[in-house]
Design a binder for this molecule. Structure first.
Ligand code: SF4
Ligand code: SF4
Ligand SMILES: [Zn+2]
Length: 496
């Protein structure tokens, strides 16, 4: 529901009520709603899978937007209930019904909301919540890459011998669509090297899912950018690890800087939302402000600080990982810069939510910020805890080029293979995912931290350092003693 609130056009019709106030009202309503046993019973009924009609809540939301879907009598009753609930919410928040209907007409928002509601009914009103279906799958589409980046988690270069064929990849897309996934983020290797990339992207669109592309930019010609636009690609993320050619090229291998910059320019011209992703390490730490300046100059919409995770080839450059102090400094710098910049400053480091909450900004997640606030409202905190920081195993999981499912692209634990296993069966029953969701069993400061629900620490970093998905994220200032332990281990030839 908070996605709906964030649609810019919703804030235009009622300028006297800003998006933050709406979020607060909405959060209050959700909280009240989850605490009411009768309403929870109603939710269970509305989200039940109907043996005759299919995914009931999705149908209810479709019918709310005026689509005349033929359904059974029970689904009709559920539609009536959902309609009443949505009408109440709309009235409380003071947004236009027309705009809400418009958003629900977008399959990504509709599927996302369906999964949230089904998740609450299935798992109970947990903080943080777990979707019934992974909202997002990040798909490492191929191991092939034309660069050889030092920090590559995928150890990309040559193709894996068992990569999904074109036909298998298309079948996989259909499976994701059937499961109710809303968004597929295609990553790599370099996805654009695969000749079937656009066939797969087209199939994603046909399955009513949204998609984005993460690329090194070197192969992103004007024609390809236009093709992406024609397929409604939501977002292009280009990796840039330095503001100067030397910095970028040393890290990414080969002379790629100029081609990457050209790729960004082509992406910006295509009128798709563009993000610059920078993995910050000791190597480029001092250049971050210049990279943000360059991103802004190039016309990118987002600068995304990628947390370094020592996995894959990144394992060889453990010594470049930032200390907790430096990470904290960068996160604070991002918060301060947000006040002055046109470009959005975001990060994959989940501690960002904690840093924002300690400042005058508030954020619902580390990869999104909502704006400045003087007084923190309990209801907003509730919503941030509901969204919950690190999303692995709750909102998202990853797919390898051979179809192996893993909790996160940076977390190399096989949960199953999408060719053989059912997505939802793995999602609901994997012991690894259950462990990741159970934050009360985390150890280190991540267990008792008051920001546990809005952050949770990066589970991939915990695993990379301690081989335990419930371990502490040693990159956080609150886990400093574990960082020191790691340094001691490294001195004694840490190789684990
Ligand atoms: S201790 Fe863990 S949960 Fe708390 S802010 Fe740090 S990383 Fe996040
Ligand atoms: S484990 Fe969580 S915080 Fe870390 S990279 Fe994956 S999703 Fe992001
Ligand atoms: Zn039905």
């Amino acid at each position: 529901m908070f996605w709906i609130l964030k649609q810019k056009h919703l804030t235009v019709s009622r300028p006297e009520v800003n998006s933050k106030q709406r979020a607060e009202t909405m959060a209050g309503l959700i909280e009240k709603w989850l605490r009411n046993p009768l309403l929870r019973k109603a939710l269970k009924f509305c989200t039940k899978k109907c043996s005759k009609c299919g995914r009931r809540i999705d149908l209810c939301l479709k019918r709310y937007t005026g689509k005349n879907e033929e359904v059974c009598i029970e689904c009709k009753a559920a539609s009536f209930l959902v309609g009443k609930i949505l009408d109440t919410v709309i009235e409380h928040i003071g947004i236009s019904k027309y705009e809400v209907m418009k958003n629900l007409n977008d399959p990504m928002w509709r599927k996302g909301l369906s999964s949230v509601l089904e998740g609450i009914a299935y798992y109970g009103p947990r903080k943080p919540f777990t979707g019934y279906v992974p909202f997002l799958i990040v798909w490492n589409f191929t191991k092939v890459c034309n660069l050889r980046c030092k920090h590559c988690y995928e150890v990309a270069g040559k193709p894996a011998h068992n990569e999904l064929t074109r036909e298998e990849a298309l079948e996989v897309v259909d499976k994701m669509g059937e499961a109710g996934v809303a968004y597929v983020a295609i990553s790599g290797g370099e996805p654009l090297v695969r000749p079937d990339f656009f066939d797969v992207a087209k199939r994603i669109k046909e399955n009513e899912m949204a998609f984005s592309l993460a690329t090194n930019g070197t192969l992103l010609s004007k024609e390809k950018a236009k093709k992406l636009k024609d397929l409604d690609c939501l977002y292009i993320q280009v990796s840039l690890d330095g503001a100067k050619p030397e910095t970028h090229n040393t890290f990414r291998g080969r002379n790629s800087f100029e081609r990457t910059i050209q790729g960004v320019k082509n992406a910006v011209k295509s009128d798709i939302k563009v993000g610059i992703a920078t993995t910050i390490t000791e190597h480029n730490y001092k250049e971050v402000l210049e990279i943000i300046d360059l991103s802004e100059k190039l016309g990118a919409d987002i600068f995304m600080y990628y947390n370094f995770i020592p996995t894959g080839r990144g394992r060889n450059i453990l010594n470049l990982d930032l200390s907790p102090e430096k990470r904290e400094k960068i996160l604070n710098m991002l918060v301060n810069q947000m006040k002055e910049r046109k470009i959005s400053l975001l990060t994959t480091a989940p501690q960002f939510s904690r840093v924002c909450s300690e400042s005058s900004f508030f954020s619902l997640t580390h990869f999104d910020t909502f704006g400045q606030t003087k007084e923190k409202q309990n209801s907003v905190e509730f919503l941030a805890e509901f969204v919950g920081g690190c999303g692995t195993g709750r909102l998202y999981f990853a797919l390898e080029p051979n179809g192996d499912m893993t909790p996160c692209v940076f977390l190399p634990i096989k949960l199953g293979n999408i060719k053989e296993n059912d997505i939802l069966d793995v999602w609901h029953n994997s012991e690894v995912l259950k462990k990741i969701r159970n934050r009360s069993e985390f150890w280190g400061f991540c267990q008792s931290c008051k920001s546990r629900n809005i952050c949770g620490g990066c589970r991939a970093r915990a695993y990379a350092y301690f081989k335990d998905v419930q371990g502490p994220d040693p990159g956080c200032i609150y886990n400093k003693r574990y960082w020191i332990k790691v340094q001691d281990c490294k001195k004694n030839n840490f190789s684990g």
